[in-house]
Design a protein. Structure first.
Lengths: 184, 223
């Protein structure tokens, strides 16, 4: 293994989880996400010579993002009809919610809320989903998100705002269906 | 926590951060990626196997010297050549901004060539034409046609010439006009020895053509 590969590994491998997370959320398919991440990393390796910045994470996520959108474009039919894979949600790390041993009802509702949230995010159109994931889960700066998504800063803000409105409305709707109301 | 009234953004963001799933890469994927990255590296040979593997180019450098005088090859997409032309012009103009022209500032081809080769997955031919009045002033990494490329920087009577180089197979096709003009810049393109060259400058077309001709003669005669 030569120097360049070593440098690339050091720069890119720490961000494999972030890359996979973004890919999973965008393509909504476990196997496609695997393929996309591998393809993106190989592309990133080829382009590594032109990476001049300090932080490889946004650079790498930009390549992952573009590879995802190419996949979405090429698999338009599959992407639209695919349901969010609920089984996979259960296999992943538990969301960071503190369980309250004294209040099992609250615990149940936290898990429910988490599922609703995951579903709501998954149902966002991809361009809204990506900014939410990059901002709230990857905690990237607005400038980095703008570069990754290839949009102006203002568009990042407005898409985040609209995405949040979508999510609020979706959560509201879901809760009305699962609250203590007598009938749906 | 089951209340879902209108929330402020802060509350929603907090619930996303704590409630949405953060997927982690499965161990098998991590192993696959590592393996792919380590095997993809082309090593020291310019026949970068990863490039071929991913784009199925086959024996890219099997043929001998390919000299198509100012024959920029048109790819299957009819306007690909124009797209690349505007990209190299943009890259050229960007390079003229202060401090942006060279990553490695040296007039020694034996310094510039290895500097570029170790940072790209190919080895660009670097020639010195000082005797003909075109001084090599340095090299730069650039990005054209969705790939990293080498940019060799020459100076002629105060005019900067950028020569963008990347590996490409001559697929045959119509020839382009030599040294065509675009917004005050002249652009010439040719293929040689499995590499595609694009030369950009505000130098007069006649002079740029002469420069291109000399570069091709040097490259054809040299190693």
């Amino acid at each position: 293994m030569n120097d360049r590969t070593r440098q690339f590994e050091a720069a890119a491998m720490p961000h494999l989880d972030a890359a996979y997370n973004l890919a999973r959320w965008l393509v909504r398919d476990e196997h496609a996400a695997d393929d996309v991440v591998q393809e993106a990393f190989l592309r990133a390796l080829r382009y590594f010579g032109s990476f001049h910045g300090d932080d490889p994470k946004p650079w790498l996520l930009g390549i992952v993002r573009n590879t995802c959108f190419t996949w979405l474009r090429d698999n338009r039919g599959a992407a639209q009809t695919a349901e969010y894979d609920d089984e996979i949600v259960g296999e992943q790390r538990e969301p960071g919610i503190e369980p309250r041993a004294d209040n099992p009802e609250q615990l149940l509702s936290a898990k429910q809320q988490s599922d609703h949230l995951n579903t709501a995010i998954a149902q966002l159109p991809p361009v809204f989903r990506e900014v939410i994931i990059l901002r709230e889960l990857e905690e990237l700066a607005y400038e980095d998100i703008a570069r990754i998504a290839g949009i102006p800063l203002g568009t990042v803000m407005s898409r985040l705002s609209r995405a949040r409105s979508y999510l609020r409305a979706a959560m509201l709707q879901d809760t009305k269906g699962t609250s203590d109301e007598p009938s749906r | 926590m089951s209340r879902h009234d209108e929330r402020g953004d802060a509350a929603l963001n907090a619930s996303i951060r704590s409630g949405a799933t953060r997927h982690t890469a499965p161990p098998a994927l991590r192993a696959d990626v590592l393996r792919a990255v380590r095997h993809a590296h082309p090593g020291r040979s310019p026949q970068h196997k990863a490039w071929q593997q991913w784009f199925g180019l086959g024996a890219a450098f099997a043929a001998g010297i390919l000299v198509s005088w100012l024959a920029g090859v048109l790819q299957p997409a009819p306007d690909a050549g124009e797209r690349i032309e505007s990209q190299v012009i943009a890259a050229h103009v960007r390079s003229l901004m202060p401090g942006h022209v060279a990553d490695i500032a040296s007039s020694d081809q034996h310094t510039v060539k290895p500097w570029l080769s170790t940072r790209l997955d190919f080895s660009p031919p670097v020639n010195d034409l000082r005797a003909e009045g075109f001084a090599l002033t340095g090299g730069r990494l650039d990005y054209v046609n969705e790939r990293p490329v080498a940019a060799l920087v020459y100076l002629r009577n105060g005019h900067v010439i950028n020569v963008f180089v990347w590996p490409e197979v001559n697929r045959g096709g119509a020839t382009r006009k030599p040294a065509s003009s675009h917004n005050g810049f002249n652009v010439a393109t040719w293929d040689q020895r499995g590499m595609r060259f694009w030369a950009v400058s505000d130098l007069a077309a006649v002079e740029l053509n002469g420069f291109a001709e000399r570069l091709q003669q040097q490259d054809g005669a040299g190693t």
